[in-house]
Design a protein around this ligand. Sequence first.
Ligand SMILES: [Zn+2]
Ligand SMILES: [Zn+2]
Length: 235
Amino acid sequence: MSNSRSSLLNICLGFARSRLPQACQLCGARVAGQLLCAPCAADLPRLPDDRCPQCALPSPGGAVCGACLKHPPAFDRTVAVHAYGFPLDALVRHCKYAGALDLTDWFAASLAEALAAQPRVDLILPMPLHEARLAERGFNQAVEIARRLAPRLGIPWSPQGCRRTRDTPPQAGLDLKARRRNLRDAFRCDLDLTGKHVAVLDDVMTSGASLDELARMIRAAGAASVTAWVVARTL
Ligand SMILES: [Zn+2]
Ligand SMILES: [Zn+2]
């Protein structure tokens, strides 16, 4: 068995063990009231300290990167907790496709910690899922994270303020330009956000095209600023 397959098997075993209380989701070690043991949590992929404040990609000295200077995204800042890589990708997929919603609580707790020193916002809007996807999956992981994050921060959130009006084809394999085209007018925002500081929340930022398009709609609804909050950022 290849390394990655045996690692995946280990993760599955970890999840199976986690059905017993107090076991690390990744290695099955005994933990007290935590989803991951301290060594597994410390081993999760990190973002570099020097990163662009706007898109969270590596940037010398933590300055706004060339890509953001050339084509500024509609969000002003990005707060990302982790880099998107193994084994966090397996946790995110397990949450999304196997409905392991207890993970959303852990994602929310990680975000709350990362947000402690960040400017406050007035409203949290989770990335909407098209109703066809929602019917297929049964839940929207971004909504589930927002539901658990908002009370921790004492900030209101809205599960229905923004809708995904087009069921866009999968973004994988498309370059950034094609992703943007693919997403044009994919969202609708029915809220009056005049003067509001808004956070848009998702589990993972890949190219940032979806969050950019959503942020564009939120700005069009009058928001004074938009910040992207994500659990993980693809490097
Ligand atoms: Zn562990
Ligand atoms: Zn940037």
